[in-house]
Design a protein around this ligand. Structure first.
Ligand SMILES: CCCCCCCCCCCCCCCCC/C=C/C(=O)SCCNC(=O)CCNC(=O)[C@H](O)C(C)(C)COP(=O)(O)OP(=O)(O)OC[C@H]1O[C@@H](n2cnc3c(N)ncnc32)[C@H](O)[C@@H]1OP(=O)(O)O
Ligand SMILES: Cc1cc2nc3c(=O)[nH]c(=O)nc-3n(C[C@H](O)[C@H](O)[C@H](O)COP(=O)(O)OP(=O)(O)OC[C@H]3O[C@@H](n4cnc5c(N)ncnc54)[C@H](O)[C@@H]3O)c2cc1C
Length: 662
């Protein structure tokens, strides 16, 4: 980090006000002092590589140049990872330094994030032995090709076909229609030579559902598409410009039998199909990534909050009191209302991610012992938390951007790109509504079990408690608010269930009744997610090992989250809990008190995310607060500022002006 001496004086004053030890917060957020040291050490190593620095901002490059620069830097970054591993005999610690290097999304994201994990998770030990060493060492580069032009959400509807030919012991891949073309996979456009292709398996004319296959699609030497492969890039998007998303179609393309990933289902040489213990295990990589996305949401909220809070400490505009100098915009309560929820949410998502990671690890361990009982809970929880955290994080990033006024609209603030990248997570890895409806299925089953007095899984056991406690008075404490959110979820789950029953009594079948109740079902899932986020995050701060000074601030943040959402969803609470109008007025006042209490620590709290200037990549958010200098320095990099008079003056403007004189 930069030294205090060169800092903007407002930021120096802000840091002097901080009531807790920022380093303690950093170590707590990232796990330990050792984890912080190792992460910083690795980040230093990456940033020391001169070739990774960009000569001009990415925005001035063409689509093609941006991609090529992305690949160039991704390969150098990969070398740094490899060298670290060779030297330390372990992978680098979790870090976000790719953001400092690639800025947008790496063309290798899908290789590392889904191709390698799918081989590891869906391959037999022999298949892992064949492909993992090559993939991990980047001798082959791959992606996860599932979504098609016609189908993304409903994957049982995928149209890519893999027909088994027992004579040659091969699968024949085909994309018979335009809508069957793979569309979206990252890296597919021009980067990868392999992919996991999710396709409908046919044996002797019989369909056996969707399964993952490994296909080599480009020649390893020439990189030309192999015969029978049509592949390309899908073009510019809202973000993800360097992710190199592509399309792919096969025409009678043959792959050996061993290329079907067969940890779950298998196809024997003679074409016998052997079912796996649970066909949904084929969807395993998606579950893992959904858990990871909750962690990503924490990062994006932290990044946007750091930029907007630091900028708001530096920026002065208007007066709170006419007799005083222009105020730091961070002193306006409305600004605190916009920003502090992003700081608090980042901590909430982080704690939710750590909680989900534990659940994921336990279930994977159980699955390795053929125990599947907790898989539905993992799937349902990963779906709804991914859906709610990504949508909220997108909104928080946008709010931070708007809170920076005009300068937040500048690409150099890095807030527009951050929004484009964050909001993509609402759609990828399962569209929000679709995933919330998956959770709703689980909630309906849980509710029916609750009605029968059965024991429920831990994440929904509150449904039983709420059933018993519905008469208890509201308590204006964090624990009381957590219970309140559980009551809302309980109320919405019950109402959605009863709506389905109502339609069925009117003669509708279950599917139609489900569709007619689906707005309520989605809202029940959202309420369930909020109840989990509130409970998990409050428990995490209460059980944290932080010092009293830090603990006080972390509790304030967690309470801010609880109170913010109580006020945002007061209608639901009035409907489904015993909260009163007077309680809400007390909580409104409490919320405002929390903003004021957090205000002196705002800069310390975002410093506690420990995001380097290179990761923030923002004129508005750097540690030293040289906002105006940086805005001007970046503007001067515009190619239009490299010449005093642009040729368009002589070509178009001057002739127009002359014509106008006639
Ligand atoms: C330790 C963990 C953390 C590790 C951290 C590291 C992670 C790395 C993160 C870094 C990020 C890197 C990658 C970023 C990727 C960005 C690029 C994006 C990629 C993509 O988008 S890939 C494509 C993603 N596509 C989707 O998500 C498709 C969404 N659709 C579906 O998943 C399914 O179609 C469906 C679930 C919506 C419906 O499926 P289906 O029709 O087959 O099922 P039903 O609705 O009929 O339900 C039947 C029962 O099956 C259960 N079910 C469904 N899915 C699962 C599952 N995955 N697991 C378990 N059970 C499942 C249902 O609940 C139903 O059960 P029921 O009992 O009958 O009710
Ligand atoms: C940036 C980005 C990167 C991606 N990367 C990859 C990748 O690497 N590999 C890959 O395979 N895919 C990738 N995808 C594809 C992504 O997984 C899909 O776009 C996503 O799963 C949503 O599917 P869809 O596009 O078919 O949306 P649709 O399902 O068509 O959604 C459109 C609308 O229909 C609604 N809808 C659909 N079904 C239902 C239902 N059953 N009930 C109620 N409403 C419904 C949705 O709620 C939504 O409002 C990527 C997408 C993006 C945006």
């Amino acid at each position: 980090m930069s030294t205090e001496t060169k800092c903007n004086p407002d930021l120096v004053r802000e840091r002097a006000k901080c009531t807790f030890d920022v380093n303690e917060l950093i170590n707590l957020f990232y796990g330990s002092e050792k984890a912080t040291k190792e992460r910083r050490h690795f980040e230093d190593a990456v940033l020391a590589v001169k070739e990774l620095k960009d000569a001009i901002p990415e925005e001035y490059l063409s689509h093609k140049e941006r991609y090529e620069n992305g690949v160039r830097k991704a390969t150098i970054l990969r070398d740094v990872y490899r060298d670290y591993k060779a030297k330390h005999n372990r992978d680098p610690p979790p870090n976000q330094i790719t953001k400092a290097v690639i800025k947008d999304i790496s063309p290798f994201l899908l290789h590392n994030g889904m191709f390698v994990p799918t081989i590891a998770g869906q391959g037999t030990p022999e298949q892992q032995a064949e492909w993992l060493p090559k993939a991990e060492s980047m001798q082959i580069i791959g992606t996860y090709a599932q979504t098609e032009l016609g189908h993304g959400s409903f994957i049982r509807g995928l149209e890519t076909i893999a027909t088994y030919d027992p004579k040659t012991e091969e699968f024949v891949l085909n994309n018979p229609t335009l809508t069957s073309f793979k569309w979206w996979p990252g890296g597919l456009g021009s980067t990868v030579n392999h992919c996991v292709v999710v396709a409908q398996l046919y044996i002797n004319g019989k369909s056996h559902g969707i399964h993952p296959f490994i296909a080599q699609i480009r020649d390893l030497d020439t990189h030309k598409p192999l015969p029978g492969v049509k592949v390309g890039e899908i073009g510019p998007k809202m973000g993800f410009q360097t992710a190199n998303n592509g399309f792919l179609g096969f025409d009678n393309f043959r792959i050996p039998r061993k290329n079907m990933l067969m940890k779950n289902a298998q196809v024997l040489k003679d074409g016998t199909f052997v079912k796996g213990i649970n066909e949904k295990l084929t969807y395993g990589t998606m579950v893992m990534v959904r858990v990871g996305i909750v962690g990503d949401c924490s990062f994006y909220a932290a990044l946007a909050a750091t930029i907007a809070v630091r900028y708001s400490a530096v920026r002065h505009q208007s007066h709170i009191k006419a007799s005083e100098p222009e105020a730091q915009i961070l002193d306006y309560l409305t600004q605190q209302h916009k920003l502090f929820i992003a700081v608090a949410s980042s901590h909430v998502y982080r704690n939710a991610y750590l909680w989900m990671e534990k659940m994921y690890t336990n279930v994977m361990k159980e699955l390795s012992q053929d125990k599947q009982d907790n898989l539905p809970e993992l799937h349902a929880t990963a779906c709804c938390l991914k859906a709610v955290c990504s949508r909220d994080a997108g909104s928080l990033v946008e709010e931070c951007r708007l809170a920076c006024g005009g300068h937040g609209y500048m690409a150099s603030s890095n807030l527009p790109l951050t929004y484009g990248v964050t909001i993509a997570a609402v759609t990828y890895e399962g569209e929000r509504t679709v995933l919330l409806l998956q959770t709703a299925r689980y909630l309906m089953k849980a509710w029916m079990a609750a009605l029968k007095g059965k024991v429920l899984s831990p994440s929904v056991s509150y449904l039983l408690n709420s059933l018993k406690e519905s008469k208890k008075p509201w308590q204006n404490t964090p624990e009381g608010i957590v219970k309140g959110f559980q009551h809302v979820s309980f109320g919405k789950v019950k109402a959605a269930y009863e709506t389905i029953q109502k339609y069925m009594k009117q003669g509708k079948d279950y599917e139609d009744a489900w569709n007619l109740a689906s707005v309520q079902l989605v809202k029940a899932s959202e309420a369930h997610s909020r109840a989990i986020l509130c409970e998990v995050s409050w428990e995490a701060v209460c059980s944290s090992s932080a010092s009293p000074n830090l603990s006080r601030v972390l509790q304030q943040l967690a309470q801010l989250y609880l109170t913010y959402w109580t006020l945002e969803t007061s209608g639901d609470l009035l409907l489904y809990s015993n909260i009163t109008k007077d309680d809400l007025i007390i909580l409104r006042d409490k919320y405002e008190e929390l903003l004021v209490a957090i205000r002196p620590n705002a800069v310390g709290l975002v410093d506690g995310f420990d995001l380097r200037d290179e990761i923030l990549n923002s004129t508005l958010g750097s540690y030293d607060g040289r906002v105006y200098e940086r805005l001007m320095e970046e503007a001067l990099k515009s190619p239009l500022n490299q010449e005093t008079v642009n040729s368009s003056f002589h070509k178009y403007l001057k002739p127009m002006m002359e014509k106008a004189k006639l």
